[in-house]
Design a protein around this ligand. Structure first.
Ligand code: GA4
Length: 327
């Protein structure tokens, strides 16, 4: 049951009667093992979600960016607010998107599409330009490569060519990918309320693929196919990969985008960093003919990433965004 609570005049959903159960069966892909691609396909079909270990990204990249992000989030509110907001990009606090969604979260949202990165975005790095800027670049490049590696393994296992059929969408120099740093401050009031507070409300990611890394604080939950919510045990040395709506369409529904949300923690602060790999705005999002069985029909009308993104950004977080494009 969801009710509303008004901390400091804001409306953030409380989730009642929900005892988080930890999921022990999160698919874990060891990228150093030869069977990883088979398991990745299975995980994309069953969960739309998996954890990646032995990924080869130095922990120093994660730690450096996390500590730069924490330096930024511990600035005063006016200092943070003066580095934005450049809606929807830049610094944001509690307000998610522009359609009334609220969460117990503050964040930095960056566009990675060089053509539209505003000069002002770089104000985010003003406090310590060298360290913040370079740790962001190192980290983003590494997770983009990881996302591409996963997409290439998928193409191999699905037996579709060329091997970079999915990854080239992210490698396009006009790719509309975004990057997000989320800080979920602790909320001590929750201890007495016996409720969960929404950090980031339930949604699916509109892009192709998302790569998430968080610190050692709980909060992330995914929805299983039967609609139940399970908590994902945090693991700061691993990455979590999420299938986005666009990959669902490219595979004509064979892979399903995963519904997920984040609950606030009463004692510990949670920091997550997410790379959302997206195509260029002009790119058509249609099921790949090579993946369709004989006589199989597309479940979706034809649309471009630009059209889908515009629809998604006009919706509320929890809305089903793909339904407008279903046949
Ligand atoms: C979810 C995935 C990414 O965080 C994001 C989010 C975006 C935003 O924060 O502005 C959206 C959300 C996300 C989907 C629906 C719309 C747009 C908030 C919202 C209510 C940056 C994205 O690309 O889509």
């Amino acid at each position: 049951m969801v009710v509303l609570w008004r901390p400091a005049l804001e409306q953030i959903s409380l989730i009642r009667n929900h005892k988080p159960t930890f999921c022990s069966g999160i698919p874990t892909i060891d990228l150093s093992k030869p069977d990883s691609k088979t398991l990745i396909v299975k995980a994309c079909e069953e969960f739309g979600f998996f954890k990646v270990i032995n990924h080869g990204i130095p922990s120093e990249f994660m730690n450096r960016l996390e500590s730069e992000a924490m330096k930024f989030f511990s600035l005063s509110t006016p200092e943070k607010e003066n580095s934005g907001p450049f809606s929807p990009f830049g610094y944001g606090n509690k307000r998610i998107g522009s359609n009334g969604d609220m969460g117990w979260v503050e964040y930095i949202l960056l566009s990675l599409n060089e053509k539209i990165v505003s000069k002002k975005d770089s104000d985010i790095y003003r406090q310590d330009p060298e360290n913040f800027g370079s740790s962001l670049n190192d980290y983003i490049l590494a997770v983009k490569n990881l996302a591409c590696e996963v997409l290439e393994l998928l193409a191999e296992e699905l037996n579709i060519r060329p091997r970079n059929i999915f990854s080239k969408l992210l490698m396009d120099e006009e790719s509309d990918s975004v990057f997000r740093l989320n800080h979920y401050p602790p909320c001590p009031e929750l201890q007495t309320l016996n409720c969960n507070l929404t950090g980031f409300g339930e949604h699916t990611d509109p892009q192709v693929i998302s790569v998430l890394r968080s610190n050692d604080t709980t909060g992330l939950q995914i929805s299983l196919r039967d609609g139940s919510w399970v908590s994902v045990p945090p693991d700061q040395s691993s990455f979590f990969v999420l299938v986005g709506d666009s990959l669902q369409v490219l595979t004509n529904g064979r892979f399903r985008s995963v519904k997920h949300r984040v609950l606030a923690n009463s004692l510990k602060s949670r920091v997550s960093m997410i790379y959302f790999g997206a195509p260029a705005l002009r790119e058509k999002i249609v099921p790949l003919p090579m993946l369709m069985a004989e006589g199989e029909e597309s479940l979706y009308k034809e649309f471009t990433w630009c059209e889908y993104k515009n629809t998604a950004y006009k919706s509320r977080l929890a809305d089903d965004k793909l339904c407008f494009f279903e046949k």
